[in-house]
Design a protein around this ligand. Structure first.
Ligand code: MN
Length: 231
């Protein structure tokens, strides 16, 4: 086939202890999925989950044990970190029930849903789409994917982020308002999930700004860690 320009390269994230990479289809994100984060954003209670998407080429892959570089984006004065557990879908489906959701999971990773908070807040106030606040270039750093067979006690795992050695975000995966299986049920009622989809499952409280030169260190216990320098 002849193309008018070079097609986009396949975007894939390496799998831990494997010679394979996981090719990405879509990136779904869950909004306000930890109660204390919902409160800090001015909301209370268990609302139905809601979703937004990020472009796959917003991913920055950061190998374990190395420090990735995260370019400070344009247009913002309030560039926020959101540490998140990422679910990798291995088997697609529509209208997946929570009790069947486990069969659709390939593995997990640690990611950051970086956010231009000032722009997101402007768009919220005006009832406009969040894309300029959420779906910008380099907005989705993540580590390698750990296959679910290698994961134990995920619901008890701690999720954490520090900046320059100071604690910023600290919670547990069991504080998710909508757990992973429930999230897959809701998400797959709205979109047909496919192998290669990623779900950023939401961030706990403590979101805050980073500036150029800051070093972020995040982890989800038992899944992996991520280190990034803002440049
Ligand atoms: Mn988020």
């Amino acid at each position: 086939m002849k193309f008018t320009h070079s097609p986009q390269a396949i975007i894939a994230i390496p799998v831990v202890n494997s010679d394979k990479s996981f090719p990405i289809h879509r990136i779904y994100c869950v909004g306000r999925n930890y109660e204390e984060h919902a409160k800090e954003m001015g909301y209370t209670g268990r609302e139905a989950p809601f979703f937004f998407l990020k472009p796959t080429d917003s991913l920055i892959y950061v190998p374990n044990g190395s420090t990735g570089e995260l370019p400070y984006p344009s247009l913002t004065q309030n560039f926020h970190h959101e540490i998140e557990l990422v679910v990798a879908i291995g088997v697609g489906g529509k209208n997946i029930k929570a009790q069947d959701a486990e069969n659709h999971i390939f593995g997990y990773a640690v990611g950051l849903d970086m956010t231009r908070r000032d722009l997101q807040n402007d768009m919220k106030k005006q009832g406009r789409p969040w894309d300029i606040g959420k779906s910008f270039d380099h907005s989705s750093p993540m580590g390698p994917i750990l296959e679910k067979q290698s994961v134990q006690n995920l619901t008890q795992a701690r999720i954490f982020l520090s900046v320059n050695g100071q604690d910023r975000q600290s919670s547990h995966i069991n504080k998710l308002i909508w757990n992973i299986h429930e999230t897959i049920e809701h998400l797959s009622s709205a979109w047909a999930l496919k192998a290669g989809d990623l779900i950023f499952t939401g961030t706990p409280e403590g979101v805050n700004a980073v500036v150029k030169g800051d070093l972020m260190h995040g982890f989800v216990e038992g899944i992996g860690s991520i280190d990034l320098k803002v440049i």
